[in-house]
Structures are given as structure tokens and as C-alpha cells.
Design a protein. Structure first.
Length: 103
């Protein structure tokens, strides 16, 4: 599987991860800042949360890590929690904005 195909599968998988308090997936919320896939299948993801003190942060990060690790061709997964740049609602997809009533 190519790096591009793995990245597509990662995005599809990220669209199944939800913050339990928000009915929109982490990808469409704009919480995923970077996805790097090496030729060997090692994946590194930089992501943030809607708030630094999110009570379910550990759950969300582990869900992201496990789901990416389950993808064929992925040999290792590292999920980095970052807070720069700070997340805001403008980072959401149009679908997420519509779902949450921001449009």
C-alpha cells in the first residue's frame, strides 16, 4: 500500500473518532494538524483538543492511536498532543459547522 493510500485510510479512520461531548468527528472538527507516514509505514499524527483541560483527552488520544494502528500497512503509531496553533471553530469543516449550527 502506498503512503497516499495509507493516509486516505487514516483520514477515513479518524472520521470515526468522536469527542463524547461533541457530535462531530475529530477530523472534521479540525483537531488533526498533521499526518506523516514514512515509507516503512510509521505514522506520526499531531493533533489538538478543543480545550486544553478536556476531561476525555486520554480517551480520545488512545482511540486515535488504536484506530490508526489497526490499519493495514501501519507499522507504528505516535500521536502527539499539541496546542500550537490554538484550535478555534474556524478550523472546522463546513459540514462540522453546519452540524453544530455555526452556519
Amino acid at each position: 500500500m502506498t503512503q497516499f493510500e495509507i493516509e486516505e485510510k487514516i483520514v477515513d479512520m479518524l472520521k470515526t473518532v468522536y469527542d463524547p461531548e461533541i457530535p462531530v468527528n475529530v477530523y472534521d472538527l479540525g483537531l488533526i494538524y498533521k499526518i506523516d507516514v514514512t515509507d516503512e509505514g510509521a505514522v506520526a499524527v499531531d493533533m489538538t483538543l478543543t480545550a486544553p483541560n478536556c476531561p476525555v483527552a486520554d480517551f480520545i488520544l488512545e482511540d486515535v492511536r488504536q484506530k490508526i494502528a489497526s490499519i493495514e500497512g501501519v507499522t507504528s503509531t505516535v500521536v502527539n498532543l499539541v496546542f500550537e496553533p490554538e484550535w478555534d471553530k474556524e478550523m472546522m469543516s463546513e459540514e462540522a459547522k453546519l452540524e453544530l449550527g455555526f452556519l
